[in-house]
Design a protein around this ligand. Structure first.
Ligand SMILES: [Zn+2]
Length: 66
């Protein structure tokens, strides 16, 4: 049941990064959400947000699962 609420947080845009998988991409900290797996990046204000799509390119399409 608690898992449901964690996923509900994702639906509300409050993702939680899987800290073991967080890495640096240039100056950005990035990592997948530990609940839904979406790629996140940490903004300057400290919030984790879904990474914007990188146009039509196929870079960095690797998906890691916990
Ligand atoms: Zn999530």
């Amino acid at each position: 049941m608690s898992q449901f609420f964690k996923r509900l947080r994702c639906l509300l845009g409050r993702h939680s990064p899987a800290r073991r998988l967080v890495r640096y991409d240039g100056h950005l900290k990035i990592g997948p959400c530990k609940y839904c797996g979406v790629q996140l990046e940490k903004r300057a204000d400290g919030r984790w947000v879904i990474r914007p799509q990188q146009g039509a390119g196929k870079r960095d399409t690797v998906v890691q699962e916990d």
